[in-house]
Design a protein around this ligand. Structure first.
Ligand code: WTA
Length: 676
């Protein structure tokens, strides 16, 4: 079984007990129109064809200059793809489509309030708006290639426009999920040393127009305290020409984008011919320490990989209306709302609000209205929609050919509801396993080639060659059904290049564990360690069991337990903190926070509330603990280590196993009593 190095049992063991499910075949109508139907693709992408096989993905793009070397391995594990090539991501997602598709919708924007009209932005209009915004960033903000900009924007088309404007200039964007707090945004401004913060005044969520600008003020102040002073804060308006936030603007620092833009009307900005290996963006994610890490993604390799997987795994054709309900603030949104679909000239839906607002029929009304035929979401959203409106999909006349699930394991029963009720037996499902670090999918069935199997992601996608190791570094026999730590044997173009400003951590966290020879310049000696447990069934499909490090997957969103613990430790009274995952019917997992207080202090509701507030302030509401339990003492080993395993057992009403070796076994019953 997958265990972390401290000997604590991983959180995902229940999934291993799911039984093997029967195959479900793709409808023939789907296969007849699919982009990828030839099983020979797996020969073309076999390990002995590596790395040249990935030319097939790079050829989906327009290059200003073709690359000289497909893969440079001279400085492992800092792989370099398509070296010598020059390319621009904005050009590939916008300009190159104009000739054929200028009148086609690039982005359908669906506001949360149902009475507001849907906006349909054509490729021509996207071209104009991206150019004008790029001119503003260049000439008003003085930004150029290599500069960093932090975006803290909600789900609006201006977010995609801003990203593409940055990409046009070679400016590295770092979008922070809008649900993260001002403090969390400020931390990311500091780490990336951003010169400019771009935000929006307000947005709708659950029927309320939220003041979002107030978070920018917190971010600015926090960054300044840490020695990084933002030069400007740009504020898009949810309703252009009308300021919708209560928080006032700061003279000389904050600028309303729609006030400045008129100066740049009709301006065109030549796309900068970027070296393929220059970074396109940073995406911060949680890991084993309290500090989020900036995953640095490349321009050429990343774009090639998301274009290839969008075409072959998502089966996107330019004619399709594609809706990924994730947030652009996560990697899924970057790769599979913005860069992948737009590189293929698809029409991509951007929905502002909650899937269940005002009721669980909303997604299906949107699908019907826009005639969406590819749908992409997470198990958490599927579970929530199923609970709130199990019969809703049947009421609406939409037809999906293809559906995706991503972010967490999906229970077979939930998978079946997705397939039978949402997909109306007409759609294929791909269960895609991957991570912020990876850029794009790692494991999935190829929808017209492999049958689906509920509860399993599938084999490695073309060009991805997984391997499972046990804790001692030995390979677990392929197709044995035994769990271990999943790794990828080979590099791939979508992989992140490093952790921003922390190359040592990059090597240590992802490559050191299973590296065969530190001095080797052969990629074969450097498997990528994903930090997930997995098993491979006899048919070659992988089932992902969950994180083996200190990461909790809440509603498919990655949170570091250490981040939540650090936030609670900021409350003066708190002496020690431990976060463990508790199973949740809808969200998959939620964080339970256990704290002990400094000597002589007493628990109170007021204190519990302050602890909770501290977590929300430091990280954001998504990290709010489901319970804050103030305990008399943490269960500890004799060497003083907090036994999170025991706390997790209490949170999940399970047997804590042998606790006789604890220094204080008596607290276990006491805490269990408190938790009731
Ligand atoms: C988990 C999201 C099971 C996994 C794209 C991984 C999954 C973490 C799946 C990454 C899946 C993602 N089945 N588990 N199909 N997809 N995961 O970085 O534990 O937000 O390590 O990237 O989500 O989360 P991240």
């Amino acid at each position: 079984m997958a265990q972390d190095r401290t000997g604590e049992v991983s959180e995902a063991e229940i999934a291993v007990h799911w039984r093997e499910e029967a195959y479900v075949r793709a409808p023939s109508l789907f296969i007849a129109q699919a982009n990828l139907t030839d099983p020979a693709v797996f020969d073309r992408f076999a390990l002995d064809k590596f790395p040249e096989c990935f030319k097939e993905y790079a050829d989906l793009l327009d290059w200003h200059k073709t690359w000289d070397v497909t893969l440079d391995t001279s400085h492992p594990p800092f792989w370099k793809w398509f070296v010598g090539g020059r390319i621009n991501a904005s050009y590939n997602c916008v300009d190159r489509h104009l000739q054929k598709y200028k009148n086609k919708t690039a982005i359908h924007f669906v506001p949360e309030p149902e009475h507001e009209a849907i906006q349909h932005i054509t490729y021509q209009e996207l071209f104009i708006r991206v150019n004008e915004t790029a001119a503003l960033l260049r000439d008003f903000c003085g930004l150029s290639k290599g500069d960093r900009v932090t975006l803290h924007m909600p789900m609006v088309p201006e977010l995609a426009i801003t990203m593409l404007a940055c990409a046009r200039l070679g400016v590295i964007h770092s979008q922070v999920f809008s649900g993260f707090s001002g403090k969390a945004t400020g931390d990311r401004v500091v780490d990336s040393e951003s010169r400019v913060l771009i935000t929006m005044d307000a947005y709708y969520r659950g029927g309320q127009l939220l003041d979002h600008k107030e978070k920018a003020d917190v971010a600015f102040d926090e960054a300044k305290k840490a020695g990084v002073t933002l030069e400007k804060v740009l504020v898009w308006q949810r309703y252009p020409g009308r300021y919708s936030a209560k928080t006032p603007l700061v003279e000389g620092r904050d600028f309303i984008v729609s006030d400045v833009l008129p100066v740049f009307r009709r301006r065109r900005v030549d796309p900068v011919k970027m070296p393929a290996e220059d970074p396109l963006f940073l995406m911060y994610t949680s890991g084993t320490t309290g500090k989020p890490k900036g995953c640095q993604h490349s321009t050429g390799g990343y774009l090639a990989y998301v274009a290839g997987t969008s075409k072959y795994i998502q089966d996107i054709h330019p004619e399709d209306v594609y809706w990924c309900m994730a947030d652009i603030g996560w990697i899924t949104g970057h790769s599979y709302i913005v860069y992948g679909p737009l590189a293929l000239a698809a029409s991509s839906v951007v929905y502002e609000g909650l899937p269940t607002y005002p009721d669980a029929g909303r997604p299906w009304r949107i699908a019907e209205e826009l005639d969406v035929n590819i749908f992409h979401t997470s198990p958490t959203a599927i579970r929530a929609l199923r609970r709130a409106g199990p019969d809703e999909p049947a009421k609406y006349h939409y037809h999906f050919k293809h559906m995706t699930t991503v972010g967490e394991p999906i229970e077979p029963a939930v998978w079946r509801w997705y397939h039978d009720v949402v997909g109306k037996h007409e759609a294929v499902i791909v269960d895609t396993w991957w991570q912020t670090e990876n850029g794009g999918f790692l494991c999935s069935t190829v929808p017209a080639i492999h049958p689906m199997k509920p509860g399993s992601a599938g084999p490695g996608v073309p060009g991805i060659h997984p391997i499972i190791y046990n804790d001692d570094g030995h390979e677990i026999p392929p197709r044995s059904g035994h769990a271990g730590n999943i790794c990828i044997q080979n590099p791939w173009p979508g992989t992140f290049q490093t952790i921003w400003k922390d190359p040592d951590r990059f090597v240590e966290q992802y490559y050191e564990r299973y590296c065969k020879d530190r001095n080797s310049k052969d990629w074969r000696d450097w498997p990528y360690f994903a930090n997930d447990g997995a098993l491979q069934a006899a048919d070659g499909y992988y089932r992902i069991l969950g994180r083996i490090d200190d990461v909790i997957n809440v509603s498919g969103h990655r949170l570091g337990t250490k981040e939540i613990e650090s936030a609670s430790l900021l409350v003066e009274e708190v002496s020690e903190a431990a976060v463990v995952p508790a199973r949740d019917e809808i969200k998959g997992k939620t964080p339970d926070l256990y704290v002990s207080l400094k000597p002589g202090l007493r628990a109170s509701d007021e204190l519990r509330k302050r602890i909770e507030d501290s977590v929300v302030r430091e990280i954001g509401a998504i990290a709010r603990p489901s319970h804050v339990v103030i305990v008399p003492d943490m269960p500890k080993t004799r060497s003083g280590k907090i036994m999170r395993r025991v706390l997790a057992a209490i949170s999940n009403n399970e047997d804590a196993g042998d606790i006789s070796t604890l220094a204080n076994p008596e607290v276990v019953a006491e805490i269990r009593q408190m938790k009731r």
